[in-house]
Write a protein of this length. Structure first.
Length: 289
């Protein structure tokens, strides 16, 4: 679940890391050690395995409410708890965002997936007190329009451009710029209103990870920092609006939107991705699902 860019909540002291600088909102960024990285691997792998488990069920005619229940059961059966359930009043165990929904789509038994839809399923699990957060795009029925397919492909490439920019001494501006360059080269736009976020023993903490920026600007990355990278890329304009339910965010021009997300940690020589698919299902089509 992405963070709102305007949010400036203080970092909880329970995050368990020593200070590693401050982000643009002057919040302390924790630095984590090997034990935290081991815990994040376990939480991240459960989150990724949850998406693997639900992948074969993402078909035309399934309700997003049924997918939500499958996700909750899998998490609990494997010792985890869905982090979104009850979070700030949110009532479901995942977010499912279809077509022009940018993020935080609320699952419902009254919402069914249709052939050629594109959908993002965003899951966060709490395992032994640590949070694993990831999302993945799906092409319902295996085929969609050329525009939507290209949007999905470009969003995946933008995510990985951002991940490849993560290393000690780089900045969050470098990460955002790498993402923005890929998206805008394809004539798509990057959502500004929502951001990636620090994570660990807390769902949302410092730093704020923008998916746009200028090289060399922003927080300097240090080994031990943990955060999500989760670009939301729109086929049309970047402007979005939140619906009356207080969660569902849509594109103002009703053009499609796509998102992929991974949780990462800065290592001594680069980056570790905690939420890679155990089955190798990194981008659609998911062969064998």
């Amino acid at each position: 679940m992405s963070g709102l860019s305007a949010r400036r909540a203080a970092v909880a002291s329970a995050s368990g890391g020593r200070a590693g600088g401050r982000d643009s909102g002057t919040r302390v960024v924790p630095i984590h050690g090997p034990e935290a990285f081991a815990a994040m691997r376990r939480a991240g792998q459960l989150a990724a395995a949850t998406l693997d488990h639900v992948t074969p069920l993402v078909r035309p005619g399934v309700s997003t409410g049924e997918l939500d229940r499958v996700i909750e059961r899998f998490m609990r059966d494997h010792g985890g708890v869905p982090a979104t359930l009850g979070y700030k009043g949110y009532t479901k165990s995942c977010c499912i965002s279809v077509n022009h929904v940018v993020n935080h789509g609320i699952p419902s038994d009254d919402k069914w997936l249709e052939a050629e839809d594109i959908a993002n399923i965003d899951v966060t699990v709490i395992l032994d007190g640590w949070y694993g957060d990831t999302s993945r795009m799906f092409v319902v029925g295996g085929r969609t329009s050329v525009k939507r397919q290209r949007l999905v492909d470009v969003t995946f490439e933008a995510l990985w451009a951002g991940i490849r920019a993560v290393r000690p001494g780089a900045t969050l501006g470098d990460v955002g710029h790498a993402i923005q360059r890929v998206a805008e080269a394809a004539r798509f736009s990057v959502v500004r209103d929502f951001v990636g976020h620090g994570i660990g023993r807390t769902f949302h903490e410092a730093p704020e990870v923008r998916h746009f920026g200028k090289p060399g600007e922003g927080l300097v990355l240090r080994p031990g920092m943990l955060f999500t990278i989760e670009p939301m890329i729109n086929a049309g304009r970047a402007e979005v609006k939140i619906l009356k339910d207080g969660w569902t965010t849509v594109t103002r021009d009703r053009e499609p939107s796509a998102q992929f997300e991974h949780t990462v940690g800065v290592t001594e020589d680069g980056v570790e991705v905690f939420t890679l698919s155990p089955k190798g299902w990194h981008r659609p089509p998911y062969e064998g699902a």
